[in-house]
Design a protein around this ligand. Sequence first.
Ligand code: AMP
Length: 424
Amino acid sequence: MNILLLGSGGREHALAWKMAASPLVEKLYCAPGNAGIAQEAECVALDPADHAAVIAFCKDKKIDLVMVGPEAPLCAGIVDDLEAAGIKAFGPTRAAAQLEGSKGFTKDICRAYNIPTAAYERFTAPQPTKDYVRRQGAPIVVKADGLAAGKGVVVAETIEQAEAAIDMMFDGGLGSAGAEVVVEEFLVGEEASFFALCDGTTAVPLASAQDHKRVFDNDQGPNTGGMGAYSPAPVMTDEMTQRTMREIIEPTLRAMAAMGAPYKGVLFAGLMITKDGPKLIEYNVRFGDPETQVLMLRMMSDIVPALMAAHDGMLKNFDLRWYPDAALTVVMAAKGYPGDYQKGTLIEGLDDAAKVEGVQIFHAGTKSADGKILANGGRVLNVCAIGRTVAEAQKQAYAAVDLIRWPEGFCRRDIGRRAVERGA
Ligand code: AMP
């Protein structure tokens, strides 16, 4: 098969690495890719937002499957356009991608199908929103309805913080994403990332993971796209996985099919494991970043037949196999991230780091120039390792981190600590 992967981050490097290992793959392209992905795939300068150009490329190169990494092209309907042109594409249609594109849409499905989630209301004007917040009291969570690149959620400790968030969103601080606002109950528990492969009617659970969203050790500082992750998540016991499938994922698939927008692709549920069981915080309509990096290390099965089975509606008797080992990834970011940071700084020592046992390094934001690797983004490298336990994977990943010479970069030193303290 000829496959085109869309995206340029660590998630896409991990997917490229896994797909390139498949005996079914003849030629793998990635648009636009990065310096690490270039080791697995031929990177092409195509803009995923230019659907006509992507279609023309697919026809020219006889692409058998397009794998879409990030959410923006999915919400923009790239799967609809590719399929209309007769090209197979993995991921939800624009209508089904509303599960990520509109928080209110997802909350209404939860209400209609009794899916456990935080209590909520939807608003289109500031005053009724503030009235509701005052009646509910703090802490309370204010969310922009639309896609806001991870900036659309404010967990307000006080009424004043909630009101400031409401004003910011309705004043256009997040563009059109904040034209509608969802206010929801503050949930208490432990978070987990849960992934399921879906074919429209059937869902197959993938492994679970936990990520670290805050930029500094001990969960200090602002939220980021994710500073590290590990898999499996100890909180996702078999019972919790079964409940999540039965109470959250399966009713969502029924709801989407009933409204004529069957969900195909990877469904990524952000969960809060509360004392009453799993509750849905939000859906994402694609693989997580950096969770995918640890999932790909643990996946024993060939991923390509799994993607094809999901696309073709054939997951009913499909089985995926996983290594029992744990995997962990440490994100190395440019100093200043998630605020302003420098690009173009030199990274050395990657070859030595990659030789540490069990280690795999994925590039999240790099470019190559004259045979040198330069930083080219906020999150730059994912230093991953596999081990019998989370503790072992953590030890190997940090051993590799310590061999990387990049003075302008930084990472958290406590990825996986909670799991390690639990003996995982
Ligand atoms: P989201 O972008 O919806 O995943 O939200 C970002 C983060 O905000 C989540 O990972 C949680 O840590 C937190 N969060 C979102 N909704 C809630 C909620 N209802 N209760 C508590 N924390 C929440």
